[in-house]
Design a protein. Structure first.
Length: 456
């Protein structure tokens, strides 16, 4: 779990608020060459975070470059000179000495866009030699669409891991093209790009944003932090979009990306940036941590989890009865049920309509091997996720059974269903009102029937 922390903020205070148990690496951003000799700047505020990280056994790296360094004419020219054949060896040695002098565990190279030139691969090679001989880590932040094509495949062997910047597909640089800058699909496509080029899965670290961008009435030249978004828009943590003005990643999309990392056996997750998070039950870092470390098999009483329902629980999960016990599911338990139920319904629809085909018929339970067979399949799916809790299995069965009943009602009243005045934004508003998780709001490729079943 890699977190970038910018050092233009008050690190003395912020360093004391971090939950270090949920992190493995911290990248301080940024330090850059101050002259043609390659001497690196050092912000004295770094000391507090370096000390805290080392005390808590979290690797602390310094990141060089950054997006602005790629567009700043002075820094762009300076890096071009330092990376060339004449200067790169000395620059690599200077950087290695800098790490030792300031107590860093490694170097993160965040040279982006036009700053990635023909010398990038040779520079990484020299850095790897210097870092390996001194026991230091070497990582890089790379973007498919912003300089990725200029990165030679040879660097994958030399880097300890790559932070894949799967965000900024849209932004204030193009105010006339509003939209989601870091969708789930965009993230998976970015990962596939680097894996197909030869990056080992264990070195692929998926980057996720703790921020969004505004357009239209909300347009501004800088980003919106997650904390700011949910503070100004109650309930926004369950969404990915505020009207048609701000796009970001809420809890459910961050969870889906984290689950993707687990399922694909990737190296981990990187976030930009930690200071945009909140320290309560809506924390995105906590969502990632719960997913990467696995679901708990304990009841809330034994695990110390909250007994109250989280605000994003769908109504069918708020009160569950199992073996003479009735209570609410914890956030972790709900995550299991929602994740498995989503795949369960998708596969059920695919079984009826065929893979890759858009359905035009109704979702009849009788065509899906009957409720009893589907409920057995659901329990098996829960078990495959390592969750043996009888309570969770009963909760999932209850939701699945009710979903099948709803499917039958939809099929019986197809004409009335098709006339429902729910389109576009109206659908989203209605589902948001019902506290439906944002990852269930995405348009279903299996048709409106399954979408409404999920929404329920």
């Amino acid at each position: 779990m890699v977190a970038y922390v910018p050092n233009w903020m008050d690190l003395n205070s912020f360093a004391s608020t971090i939950d270090y148990s949920k992190l493995t690496h911290i990248n301080i951003a940024f330090e850059n060459p101050v002259n043609a000799d390659g001497e690196l700047s050092f912000n004295n505020r770094n000391h507090a975070l370096i000390a805290k990280a080392r005390t808590n056994n979290v690797k602390i790296l310094v990141s060089i470059g950054g997006g602005s360094a790629s567009t700043d004419k002075t820094l762009h020219s300076r890096y071009a000179s330092l990376l060339n054949e004449t200067n790169r060896v000395e620059f690599a040695l200077r950087l290695t000495k800098y790490l030792s002098n300031h107590g860093f565990d490694g170097l993160d190279v965040d040279i982006e866009g036009p700053a990635i030139n023909k010398d990038y691969g040779a520079f990484i090679k020299e850095l790897a030699k210097a870092m390996n001989s001194n026991g230091k880590l070497l990582t890089a932040a790379l973007s498919q669409g912003y300089g990725g094509d200029n990165v030679p495949d040879s660097v994958f062997e030399q880097l300890d891991f790559v932070n894949i910047m799967a965000y900024d597909r849209a932004g204030p640089w193009n105010p006339n093209a509003p939209g989601q800058h870091s969708s789930f699909e965009f993230a998976t496509n970015n990962v596939s790009y680097w894996l197909n080029r030869g990056l080992p899965r264990t070195k692929a670290v998926l980057g996720v944003p703790f921020y969004g961008y505004g357009f239209g009435e909300a347009f501004r030249k800088r980003d919106y932090g997650y904390a700011e978004i949910i503070r100004s828009n109650p309930g926004a943590e369950i969404l990915d979009q505020i009207d048609k003005t701000i796009w970001y990643n809420g809890m459910s999309t961050i969870k889906a990306k984290s689950q993707f990392v687990v399922e694909q056996k990737l190296g981990g997750i990187m976030i930009w940036s930690l200071d945009y998070d909140v320290n309560d039950e809506r924390s995105l870092l906590s969502v990632i941590h719960r997913t990467l470390t696995g679901y708990t098999n304990s009841t809330p009483e034994r695990a110390g989890a909250s007994r109250s329902s989280a605000p994003w629980l769908i109504p069918g999960l708020r009160r569950v009865r199992s073996r003479n016990q009735t209570r609410s599911l914890s956030v972790d338990e709900t995550g299991v049920v929602l994740h498995v139920l989503q795949g369960f319904l998708e596969n059920a629809a695919e079984h009826q309509f065929g893979a890759g085909r858009r359905p035009h018929g109704q979702l009849h339970a009788s065509q899906l091997d009957g409720p009893a067979g589907l409920l057995r399949e659901f329990r098996a799916r829960v078990a495959q996720h390592g969750e043996q809790s009888q309570f969770i299995q009963d909760a999932g069965s209850q939701v699945a059974r009710d979903a099948l009943r709803l499917a039958g009602r939809v099929a019986e009243h197809q004409a009335e269903f098709d006339r429902l005045p729910l389109r576009g934004a109206a659908v989203r508003r209605e589902l948001v009102r019902k506290n439906v998780p944002s990852h269930l709001l995405r348009k279903s490729v299996y048709g409106k029937q399954v979408q409404i079943i999920r929404a329920w």
